[in-house]
Design a protein around this ligand. Structure first.
Ligand code: COA
Ligand code: MG
Length: 290
């Protein structure tokens, strides 16, 4: 699976921002037709997205389109325009239940066939940002083989449950943990909430590091200045990689000597610690650090 350390939203009706986004070296670019676009600009966003996907070179950045929610009345046309423009994937907002993801998946399959793309080519990412989605996570993660990642949407969730958003985030902490846990249970990536205060680089860094420590593999971003610090937070540092390598190598040696638990630099190492070290190495490989 490709690395999605930062997923940058760009309003689909703003060609200038799209042109800016493709030069940032960001892992994923998400061209938005949903909440970043005014109701009277939806049509314009569809047209601009089709033009951008057809004409611009996105380099190594993934090309995603966020459609309007299932049931909004706009989703079918959004999807038709998007798939005709050959994106890498579709982001489905405000998912409430697995059936909605299945419906999109089936529709994507029909459009893939109609446009001559290989079956299963277009991937799906589900935005988990309603109370219903949290309750239905167990089914949503199994809704479609196209599904590669879950995104956690904190602002919408807070609105849905009547919570007040705070910097500490305890009001959304159960949901933030539930998303990463369900994603891990089914081999999906988990992409963390947006940090709205785009001028506060330190605040962003702290929240992104916390997300990485929770097991998140990436974070949504909304401004070019957030791309670098976010991608860095989800990339293991040289020291971390060196230590993880040491742990894994020592574990192999001790296994050969018939020992499951051993000491390294005064700390006990056994199977779960080795597994965490292996995760660090996997992230480092995905980010091209080894
Ligand atoms: N993608 C690409 N380029 C962006 C960008 C984005 N998400 N956000 C800002 N830029 C560009 C601006 O166009 C500007 O370019 P310029 O210097 O060539 O004029 C530059 O980066 C600096 O932007 P800045 O002036 O600091 O911000 P702004 O006031 O223009 O925009 C936002 C602030 C929040 C409106 C803007 O960042 C944005 O549109 N973010 C995405 C919003 C969105 O999609 N929300 C829905 C998902 S949560
Ligand atoms: Mg949202």
């Amino acid at each position: 699976m490709r690395s999605r350390r930062a997923l940058l939203y760009v309003p689909g009706d703003e060609m200038h921002k799209i042109q800016k986004a493709i030069g940032l070296g960001v892992d994923s670019i998400c061209l938005d037709i949903e909440d970043g676009v005014a109701l009277n600009h939806k049509e314009q966003a569809r047209g601009t997205i089709a033009e951008a996907l057809g004409a611009l070179d996105f380099g190594r950045s993934e090309r995603l389109v966020r459609i309007n929610p299932v049931g909004s009345g706009m989703e079918a046309e959004d999807l038709r325009i998007a798939i005709n423009a050959h994106p890498d994937g579709i982001v489905i907002p405000k998912v409430r239940e697995a059936g909605q993801v299945q419906w999109i998946s089936d529709r994507v399959g029909e459009l893939e066939r109609a446009t001559g793309r290989p079956d299963g080519d277009v991937i799906l990412i589900a935005l988990i940002e309603t109370a219903r989605a949290i309750v239905n996570l167990g089914e949503i993660v199994r809704a479609s083989p196209r599904l590669q990642a879950l995104i956690f949407g904190a602002e919408d969730l807070a609105g849905d449950i009547g919570a007040v958003r705070t910097r500490a985030g305890w009001e959304i902490f159960y949901a933030r943990s539930a998303v990463v846990t369900h994603a891990a249970a089914y081999g999906l990536q988990a992409i963390d909430m947006v940090f709205l205060d785009f001028k506060d680089a330190e605040g962003l860094r702290a929240e992104a590091i916390q997300a990485a420590q929770m097991g998140y593999t990436g974070k949504q971003v909304i401004h070019p200045a957030q791309v670098g610090p976010t991608q860095e937070a989800f990339t293991p540092g040289a020291e971390e990689i060196a230590y993880a390598t040491q742990v894994v190598e020592a574990a192999v040696r001790h296994q050969q000597d018939g020992r499951g638990a051993f000491a390294l630099d005064g700390k006990m190492i056994d199977a779960p610690v080795v597994k965490i070290a292996e995760w660090v190495l996997q992230r480092a490989r995905a980010a091209g650090k080894i």
